[in-house]
Design a binder for this molecule. Sequence first.
Ligand code: GLN
Length: 218
Amino acid sequence: MRAGVIAVQGDVSEHADAVRRAAASHGIDAEIVEIREAGAVPDCDVLLLPGGESTTISRLLREEGIDEELKRHVRDGKPVLATCAGLIVASRDARDERVDTLDLLDVTVDRNAFGRQADSFEAPLDVTGLEEPFPAVFIRAPVIDGEALRASNANAEGVSGGHVEVLAEWNGDPVAVKQGPVVGTSFHPELTDDARIHDLAFFAQEHAGADANVEVAE
Ligand code: GLN
């Protein structure tokens, strides 16, 4: 399996380690490709969009032409795990014009929303699909707008589908979501020894094209 870690900025090696561990637990060898320019994404089976600084990441993705390749990857129904700043970049709207969002996930996020309360913290999080709570590390984390999510899910009902599933909430706000082949987390699953979120995103669920019922804007 070839796993591409978007490496224009952010915590790349931690994601590489986590995806290797998750793959190894299935007896699969993960070949890691660090992606800094266009051309490598089409050869990847799964992609990781790390945390870091979302305005920088989105600008570099656009400048390098990686943004369009990411959208193509999702349209093809191939898995992506986007964490923290990666979630912000993957969202439909980050309520901040400095972030060029990719619209891989139909969510609206508020950058640094937890920052007002606590800059960073760790919390045991109940996550759909995991038997034991996950030790979630939040660092200047975004929150997902639950109301906007419910409204867009309501509108998405019908043939075009593409519902966003909330996998975890913290204080009533969604902090982990899944839509088709894309999983996004506000927190940093790569900063613990626990690779269950990587496992959930890449191995524990079906990502067949038909299941990837997600509209990504051209
Ligand atoms: N607050 C950062 C941003 O808006 C994200 C922080 C992180 O990835 N840890 O880009």
